[in-house]
Design a protein around this ligand. Structure first.
Ligand code: AMP
Ligand code: GLY
Length: 428
């Protein structure tokens, strides 16, 4: 099978690395890819916003299956176009991708199908939003209703912060949100307290295969302090998601979503990634994403024993009932190396002088790198994902940091405590 992978981050490097191991694969193309992905795929310089060009490339080169990594092309309808042209594609339609593209859509679905999530109201009128917040209390959560690359959420610990966030979103667009059609809207949510976990499943519109559990570290600094980021590290499995929590999450959150989406006329096919809050009451939905978590995908691919390609392809053609996913028992852990300054502004094109070779249980995934005049440079905020598997989380943590300490990149930094909760649990 000739496959095209869309994307250029660490998630896509992990997917490419795993897909490339499939005996069913003849050629793996990636667009636009990165230097790490280039080690396991042929890069093609396609403009992924030009859906016609992506489709034409597939038709001309005999590509029969496309795997879409990031959410933006899905929300923009790339999967619809490819499917209309007769190409199998792993990833939801634009209508189904609203689960990530529109928080209001997801909240309405939760209300309709009794899926546990924070209470909320949506506003486009700033005065009404301010009045609503005044009638509630802090902490309270203010979210932009659109794609915001992780920047559209403010967990306001005071009412003053909440009022400021409403103005940022509705008046000034200081968060740089891509608003949905119809203009800026703000979702105001009840604050949920608990431990977060990532619950990732693959769906074919009807059937669901749940993947191994994982947890990421969204905050910038050690001890889970500092601002929210896209994720500074992750590990799998996540001990907080016990078998009982898996069962409850499937029954109370995932299955009603999949049934509801099908009943409402937009069956969901692709990765459904539920950000969970494990509260005193049980699992509650924070948000949905319609793609693999990044960097959760990196640890999942390290642990996946089964061939990834038939799983993704079965999902794309509605045959997920025919496959299963097997996992190594050993935990995996990944540490993100980011450019100094991330998640705010940072210098681009800083040189990466040395990367350690892959070890028996370790692997460096490229997330934000490029080749300039034949030399490797850092181009993104999150740049490298140093990943390891070992018999214990403490062992995986040690192996990942050992590999990381061999990286020669002056402008890079990382957290030093990825996996701390699981390591503490292991010791207890
Ligand atoms: P989101 O982009 O919706 O995943 O939100 C980003 C982060 O904000 C989440 O990972 C949580 O840490 C936090 N968050 C979002 N919604 C809530 C909520 N209702 N209660 C508490 N924390 C939240
Ligand atoms: N690591 C969280 C995300 O991918 O959104």
């Amino acid at each position: 099978m000739k496959v095209l992978l869309i994307g250029s981050g660490g998630r896509e490097h992990a997917l490419a690395w795993k897909l490339a191991q499939s005996p069913l694969l003849t050629t793996l193309y990636a667009a636009p890819g990165n230097p790490g992905i280039a080690e396991c795929a042929t890069l093609v310089p396609l403009d992924i916003d030009d859906h016609g060009a992506v489709s034409a490339f597939c038709l001309e080169n005999g590509v029969t299956f496309v795997v879409v990594g990031p959410e933006a092309p899905l929300v923009a309808g790339l999967a619809d176009r490819l499917r209309a042209d007769g190409i199998d594609v792993f990833g939801p339609s634009a209508a189904a991708a609203q689960l990530e593209g529109s928080k209001g859509f997801t909240k309405d679905l939760c209300a309709k199908y009794a899926i546990p999530t924070a209470a909320y109201e949506t506003f486009s009128d700033a005065a009404l939003a301010h009045a609503y917040v005044d009638a509630q209390d802090a902490p309270i959560v203010i979210k932009a209703d659109g794609l915001a690359a992780g920047k559209g959420v403010v967990v306001a610990m005071t009412l003053a912060e909440a009022h400021e966030a409403i103005d940022w979103i509705l008046a000034d667009n200081k968060l740089g949100v891509v608003h949905n059609q119809g203009g800026a809207r703000v979702v105001i949510e009840e604050f949920m307290s608990g431990e977060e976990a990532s619950f990732i499943v693959v769906c074919d519109g009807k059937n669901v295969v749940s993947l191994a559990t994982s947890q990421d570290h969204k905050r910038l600094q050690d001890g889970d302090a500092g601002p929210n980021t896209g994720g500074m590290g992750a590990y799998s499995p996540a001990p907080v998601v016990t078998p009982e929590m898996v069962e409850r999450t499937m029954k109370e959150i995932i299955e009603p979503t999949i049934r509801g989406m099908a009943a409402d006329g937009h069956p969901f096919q692709g990765v459904l990634f539920a950000g969970l809050m494990i509260t005193a009451k049980g699992p509650e939905l924070i948000e949905y994403n319609v793609r693999f978590g990044d960097p959760e995908c990196q640890v999942l691919m390290m642990r996946l024993e089964s061939d990834l390609l038939p799983i993704l392809h079965a999902a794309s053609i509605g045959r997920l009932d025919k496959v299963s996913a097997e996992w190594r028992a050993e935990p995996a852990l990944t540490v993100v190396m980011a450019s100094k300054g991330y998640p705010s502004s940072y210098e681009k094109n800083t040189p990466i002088l040395f990367l350690p070779a892959d070890g028996a249980g370790s692997k460096v995934f490229h997330a934000g790198t490029a080749l300039k005049d034949g030399k490797l440079v850092a181009t993104g905020g999150r740049v490298l994902n140093v990943t390891a598997v070992a018999p214990t989380v403490a062992g995986a943590q040690k192996a990942a940091y050992q590999a990381l300490d061999a990286v020669q990149w002056e402008n890079g930094f990382c957290r030093r405590d990825i996996g701390w909760r699981a390591v503490a649990r292991e010791k207890a």
